[in-house]
Design a protein around this ligand. Structure first.
Ligand code: ADP
Length: 412
């Protein structure tokens, strides 16, 4: 059976992550992963972080690279990765998969990447303004660096492509709906990986709480996403690290009018508003301290009332979404926590679930101390509560292998 090395690229707003898997039939083996972090202006003393781990010999990973280079911009960050990937021990990739949050209304299927497709997706940068520019940049660079390797785009919005019409359609005038303004959701690859992980016993009524720097809740019926908290963009839904989540549109209008008096143009005012709702709000805005849950927990332990209020707003907004999705699903069989906070922060999980006993959600305080994959519900809980780490890159490899196979079949 042929083994295919598949390279996966997955970027954040100031980081470029990659992983290399070996695929043989339905077998998948992670060989390497790496990341350039803190690219650009946010870098401490202008230094980024560049690391690579190998999993070829050791399942826990062996560090191959651990450096703090100067990474002033994306060009510098990408150059580090491209140079590393083109030499041993990295196998030349047979295919490359790119994570993309949302391709816009015309690109809703995972598919082969072409320069024209990239141009089309770039028209909808505003649908995921923190993520799309870096993803587009990397796609163009990779097509240039690896011109003979098939590249594929894998969308977070793909898992949410069949949302119920009542969830998908936004209550706005037809002219804007016709422009493609609707709920797309995000974290789809994470949710999809949870559903794949649960196979063949996927519960009928499932809620996934993906709680990382960005956070979302999804209602999944018979393995299909029917509603999800993020909206047109990842700014909507529950509050997250530095994003507002759902907010009265009147607040946006008020801020926009306030900015308009000082902005140089309408676009400048809109850009400033975007920065406020995406980078200065959420846990950071309320705590006036940080968007990072570990730092917030330390501040709470020291008696910081703003940090306490920020985390309370976070868990409260999640509790409300879980309650509403139990209503949408007509009950609940399973709740899954995932993402950096969902996997690691037992206090957040406990605070979210406190008061959800009438919905059949009861945590076992001892089991809830777990980090990583675990069952944390009490024996009397009617819904099973699990912690499952997300496996977005593995999902991308699965999509890439399927698309590669389809492509070969149509060529025969
Ligand atoms: P991203 O959405 O950028 O992928 P992650 O899924 O890595 O983010 O989640 C980052 C969040 O997870 C941060 O708020 C971080 O503080 C939190 N986190 C990570 N590890 C822990 C931990 N051990 N305890 C509490 N929070 C944690």
């Amino acid at each position: 059976m042929a083994t295919l090395p598949v390279l996966v690229l997955n970027s954040g707003s100031s980081s470029i992550k990659f992983s290399v898997y070996e695929a043989a039939g339905s077998e998948r083996r992670k060989l390497f992963e790496g990341e350039v972090e803190d690219i650009g202006a946010n870098a401490r003393e202008n230094r980024g972080k560049f690391w690579i781990k190998s999993y070829a010999q050791d399942a826990n990973g062996t560090k191959l690279v651990d450096e703090a280079p100067v990474v002033p911009d994306l060009d510098a960050g990408f150059a580090l990765i491209a140079k590393a990937l083109k030499q041993p021990p990295f196998p030349p990739p047979a295919a490359i998969g790119h994570r993309m949050v949302c391709g816009g209304p015309t690109v809703t299927e995972n598919q082969r990447l072409t320069p024209e497709l990239i141009d089309e997706m770039e028209r909808y940068t505003a649908f995921a303004p923190l993520h799309t520019p870096v993803a587009i940049y990397i796609m163009r660079q990779v097509l240039r660096e690896f011109p003979d390797v098939p590249n594929f785009v894998c969308l977070d919005s793909y898992f949410h492509r069949n949302l119920r019409p009542v969830a998908r359609q936004l209550p706005i005038p037809e002219a804007y709906s016709a422009m493609g303004i609707r709920r797309f959701g995000a974290h789809g690859l994470s949710c999809e990986s949870i559903v794949a992980h649960l196979q063949p016993y996927v519960p009928a009524r499932l809620i996934v709480a993906h709680l990382g720097n960005g956070a979302s809740i999804s209602a999944i019926l018979d393995g299909q996403s029917i509603d999800t908290s993020m909206g047109l963009t990842p700014t909507g839904g529950i509050i997250s690290g530095s994003r507002t989540g759902d907010i009265d549109p009147g607040v946006l209008l008020y801020i926009l009018r306030d900015l308009a008096g000082r902005a140089t143009s309408t676009v400048d005012a809109a850009n400033q508003l975007e920065k406020i709702v995406n980078k200065q709000s959420g846990l950071l805005g309320v705590s006036k301290l940080t968007n990072d849950m570990r730092s917030l927990r330390r501040a709470i332990a020291e008696g910081n009332a703003d940090a306490r209020l920020a985390v309370d707003e976070f868990t409260y907004s999640i509790r409300k979404f879980i309650g509403s999705y139990v209503a949408v699903l007509g009950g609940l069989d399973m709740l899954v926590f995932t993402g950096g906070i969902g996997e690691n922060d037992s206090a957040t999980r406990a605070e979210i679930c406190a008061g959800l006993e009438p919905l059949g959600i009861l945590l076992d305080p001892t089991l809830n101390q777990a980090r990583g994959e675990a069952k944390i519900s009490a024996s009397g809980s009617s819904a099973t509560v699990l912690v499952i780490p997300p496996a977005e890159d593995l999902m991308i490899v699965n999509h890439v292998c399927r698309l590669l196979k389809e492509q070969l079949e149509t060529q025969q």
